[in-house]
Design a protein around this ligand. Structure first.
Ligand code: UD1
Length: 356
């Protein structure tokens, strides 16, 4: 069966990584159904996806407002469409918020995913790609991180990803007809090269201020925030700031999901298997600031601040397994990622909304 006859359910498809992956799935000929509760995304993002892929491919996309915590929302979808696979992005991801409000994280990330498995099992749809995170390596003793490292979590958000990996392994072990691919993401930087879709966190828990580095830098560059707080300048790294591996949302993450979906359809007995989606080297926070300044031509004023609780010193990935088994490798360097992110930011200084 060609990809044109296959339908993928994408949970959280209106979000940052979701929209970029949906564009790629449609361009690759898949039909896509999104389910999203718009908790940290807006419907305008889905309109932009349609605009990007054009009227013909847009007909292969349908959007369903729904919350995975409400099983009825899933029960409405599964009987009417025979999903060939599910890509499960929906979830909360702000580390600091999870420390202050762990129940919100357990409710959204755990209950939502457990419901999803229940409904998938009921309708015998048993192929899944799950958004895991490099957070499951905690503070690794060695780098680069290899998939069979010991796993540990450093905060409630990370614990939800770790528990959900364990849940996936348990389900697949008990019911071997499941095929589950766990993708451990490193940090996405950039946006679609059109500048039409990108990261636009609502940050409702943080008075409109982004939690993650790149959306924060972006808001400083467009004048919405005065300066960047650099959390930690005394780490044992090349310049004292924390180091991690970055990849482009299209030429890293979305491509990685397409490769994972292809594997679900082309290989038997996958079991439950994890892959790093990252690069074999890391970039520091200060290097990211310099690269963004270069791409945007804007000065990013910084303030050196104490370390942020729950952050790792340096995390980057071994990508050998994904390269060998998925045929995937992240493309694009930091300069190109920053260029695309700046295009999105300068075209959309207030994200998907117009200036308030
Ligand atoms: C975190 C999670 C990661 C998750 C990602 C989701 C951990 C350890 N990491 O990534 O698993 O996938 O969120 O988006 O659970 N920084 C600043 N100033 C800022 C913001 C960030 O200096 O205003 C620094 C941080 O201290 C950190 C680095 O930038 O050292 C990257 O931070 P961030 O972009 O928030 O992502 P992670 O914490 O790496």
């Amino acid at each position: 069966m060609g990809s044109s006859e296959k339908t993928i359910l994408v949970t959280g498809g209106a979000g940052f990584i979701g929209t970029h992956t949906v564009v790629q799935l449609l361009n690759d000929g898949y039909r896509v159904s999104i389910i999203d509760n718009l908790d940290n995304s807006v419907i305008e993002a889905v309109h932009r996806v349609k605009d990007l892929v054009g009227p013909e491919l847009s007909q292969k996309l349908d959007f369903n407002l729904g919350d995975l915590r409400n099983r009825d929302d899933l029960e409405k979808l599964f009987p009417k469409t025979k999903f060939d696979a599910v890509i499960h992005f929906a979830g909360l991801k702000a580390v600091a918020e999870s420390v202050g409000n762990p129940r919100r994280y357990f409710d959204n990330n755990l209950i939502g995913t457990i419901n999803l498995y229940e409904v998938m099992a009921k309708y015998n749809r048993k192929k899944m790609v799950f958004s895991s995170s490099a957070t499951v390596y905690g503070q690794p003793e060695k780098i680069p991180c290899v998939e069979d490292f010991e796993l540990k979590a450093m905060n409630p958000y990370g614990r939800t990803k770790l528990f959900l990996e364990e849940i996936a392994r348990d389900i697949q072990k008990a019911e071997p007809d499941w095929s589950i691919i766990l993708l451990r993401y490193f940090n996405p930087v950039g946006a679609h090269e059109s500048g039409k879709i990108g990261e636009d966190p609502k940050c409702c828990s943080n008075r409109g201020i982004p939690n993650n580095l790149m959306p924060y830098i972006q808001q400083v560059a467009v004048g919405r925030l005065p300066e960047l707080n650099v959390f930690g300048h005394d780490y044992p790294t090349k310049d004292g700031s924390a180091v991690c591996s970055r990849l482009h949302p299209c030429y890293g993450l979305a491509d990685g999901h397409i490769a994972a979906v292809r594997k679900l359809f082309s290989s038997e007995n996958i079991g439950c298997i994890a892959y790093n989606l990252g690069t074999g080297s890391g970039t520091s926070v200060l290097e990211m600031v310099a690269a963004f300044e270069k791409a945007s031509g804007k000065k990013i004023p910084i303030k050196l601040c104490p370390r942020r609780p729950g952050d790792a010193t340096a995390v980057y990935a071994s990508t050998e397994k994904a390269q060998k088994e998925l045929g995937w490798k992240a493309k694009y360097g930091i300069a190109e990622m920053c260029k695309d992110q700046w295009k999105w930011a300068s075209n959309n200084p207030w994200g998907y909304q117009s200036k308030p």
